[in-house]
Design a protein around this ligand. Structure first.
Ligand code: AMP
Ligand code: MN
Ligand code: MN
Ligand code: MN
Length: 275
């Protein structure tokens, strides 16, 4: 069985329609796919329609941007009920925050000499979701930089003009909202926060104490050493293990759907919680 429990579509910062993400996953032999767009549930219905009758099981998911001790931390909600009113309130609040932040980013970019950054980014964004990759695509299209990676390095990443306060909801509140919506909260890509190993363990323990249940032991492209180590942390802290490509688009800079690999045999897979 191939599980891919982390993937994005164009309702957040991916490139493909939700239905095309599903069909591509099926073509790559994925058995169980979670669509986990950033801070939005908008793709789940059309993804479910595309999955019906294909043999692929679609898990309703979301990837929330949160803060923990002021630091940006991503939390996956897996097997959630997308009709849950509390979850929808949280999603609406994150969407408002995203547009507020986008106006701050745009103001700074304008002062740095970029023309019409908000209108430019909006053309790549969806109605309820705007993210830094949308600014990055505009900066490439308008010729300010040659690649998205350079747009982050020069204009959007840490320490640049686009690095404005994010204002995400607290990790504690997001974990609660996921649980109340019947879902499983998973700490996403623990190796990608620039934390030492002991701080990753502290984060994972805090996440568990808040009611989080899973750790993303495999995320995107990583070495087998990292996978083994994340598996050890999951077991040590008492978290179930999840795995996902974090697919955004067919492009060498992102992992392909279904290709992130299998979990270490000694981990408890997160899907035991809903099977
Ligand atoms: P945001 O949610 O607006 O803060 O944007 C974060 C998103 O930008 C992540 O989910 C990634 O998809 C993307 N991203 C972050 N850093 C980079 C980078 N250096 N190059 C390309 N994409 C990035
Ligand atoms: Mn993303
Ligand atoms: Mn993420
Ligand atoms: Mn992601």
């Amino acid at each position: 069985m191939i599980y891919d429990l982390h993937a994005h579509s164009n309702v957040s910062d991916g490139i493909l329609d939700p239905k095309d993400v599903v069909l591509r996953a099926r073509d790559r032999s994925v058995d169980v796919l979670a669509l986990t767009d950033h801070d939005t549930l908008a793709g789940l219905q059309s993804a479910a329609e595309a999955a019906a009758g294909t043999g692929l099981t679609l898990i309703a998911g979301i990837e929330f941007s949160t803060q923990w001790l002021g630091r940006g931390i991503h939390v996956l909600g897996l097997n959630i009920d997308p009709t849950d009113a509390g979850l929808q309130d949280v999603v609406a609040s994150q969407s408002r925050q995203r547009w507020q932040r986008a106006r701050l980013i745009a103001g700074n970019l304008r002062r740095a000499g970029i023309k019409d950054p908000l209108d430019g980014a909006r053309r790549f964004a969806s109605a309820d979701h705007i993210a830094r990759p949308h600014f990055a695509r505009y900066l490439v299209e308008a010729g300010y930089v040659s690649t998205v990676a350079l747009a982050f390095r020069k204009y959007l990443g840490a320490g640049t003009v686009g690095d404005v306060p994010h204002g995400w909801l607290e990790m504690a509140d997001i974990v609660q909202a996921i649980k109340l919506a019947g879902g499983v909260a998973v700490l996403a890509h623990p190796g990608k926060y620039n934390l030492t190993r002991s701080r990753i363990c502290r984060l994972a323990e805090a996440f568990r104490d808040l009611g989080g249940q899973g750790l993303e032991v495999i995320s995107g492209v990583q070495t087998s050493q990292v996978t083994a180590d994340m598996g050890r942390i999951a077991n040590q802290v008492g978290l179930y293990a999840s795995c996902g490509s974090d697919f955004h688009m067919p492009d060498r800079s992102w992992q392909e759907l279904g290709a992130a690999g299998a979990l270490p045999a000694n981990c408890r897979p997160v899907w035991q919680l809903w099977n």
